[in-house]
Ligand binder design. Sequence first.
Ligand code: ASP
Length: 448
Amino acid sequence: MKVAKFGGSSVASAEMLKKVANIIKADETRKFIVVSAPGKRFEDDHKVTDLFIQLLKQFKDGVDYQDTLNKVVNRFRMITEELLLPNDIPNDLKNKIEKLFSMKKSDEQLVDELKSFGEDTLARILSDYLSELGIQSTYRNPKEAGIIVSDDYGNAVILDEAYEQIHQLRNERGVIVIPGFFGYTKNGQLRTFPRGGSDITGSIIAAGVEADLYENFTDVSSVYCVNPKLVPQPKEITMLTYKEMRELSYSGFSVFHDEALIPAFKKKIPVVVKNTNQPDLPGTMIKAEKEDFSKPVVGIASDEGFSSIYVRKYLMNRELGFGLRLLKILVDENISFEHAPSGIDDMSVIVRSHQLTKEKEQKVLKRIQSELNVDTISIQHNLAMIMLVGEGMSQRINVAAKATKAIAEATTNIEMINQGSSEVSMMFGIESEKLQQTVQSLYREFFE
Ligand code: ASP
């Protein structure tokens, strides 16, 4: 029994939905179908979810929103017309939007409800289309499916108690089409997951029904071993472990939402990334464990936009609670940290720069200086992190030597090195402007 999730580009047009239907038809074990809202059909196109966000903004600002409203509804109308389906579903959508705007709801509630219409409408259309093609198919709203989530607007988390009800879906007949991206609180209030959250729904359903496989259909044939924007036509990865995927998606691998796969991982359900345009290609398989450790490095992830707060204090290592107090200052200012490499007398805390406004930065530095009485404090911006990932690393010597050699060949200065104790990844902090040439050099070293 499989769960197949189709991303935004896979459901962007009627033409794509025909491909989706063929994929579902081709394999009877594809029982649970989770869909995104229509994404971009071409470079400058709009994602339907973005149009909904724009629509709400116009409504709130009191400006004329009819154009945007028509644009959204027409996206769906074009699909139903081309699939020779009646226009009831898009017409209904228009009424639902107008009705929602006439209700007294908080802004947060409004935006979550409006955003959910994209996946919801598409799931209804796909289910009707499958029925037209003679496939027994049912649309299931996340409330009926049992997707019970936390109260956080736009950032919901699945509750453990949801899984029992989701498990019951196994007993249903035919194909079940479920919209991704949202669930309901215990009180029946709609909440969305973070952006890109249809992957989360797919993963939750796969875990709940204990699927044999979670297929994630997108517009790439596999996961590349490095960002193709940095290295043209990089090699494809055929097999990854969960741990490797988690490390890769943390920094710069946008195939998956960072935490999306956790529900599937917890139940050890294998995940495969496949291309809707070329469904017969094997794609990239992601499993709990692997047998082949011949390649120490399977991928190179990278991301920009980091800042490093550096502190130095003589005899820091002997001072009880130093790190704790330093991090507590960040907690007070609502700043989360990513890494904290330390020496005997010094420590750096790496944070995502977007969390620091000028004032916040000054305040944090001042507080650290005065409350911890440090000898030196400084902050560096425009840092990039490069992460070499591979479970095979722990069984090999020489990986760090090869990496630093490649970085030196790119004439890049290493600002920071960090290897987690699990030895699944090795991380290098460098200046952002050297990112591309450094990644290219590492790629040559490990993949060519
Ligand atoms: N439609 C939502 C978004 O654009 C969720 C998704 O596509 O996974 O973020």
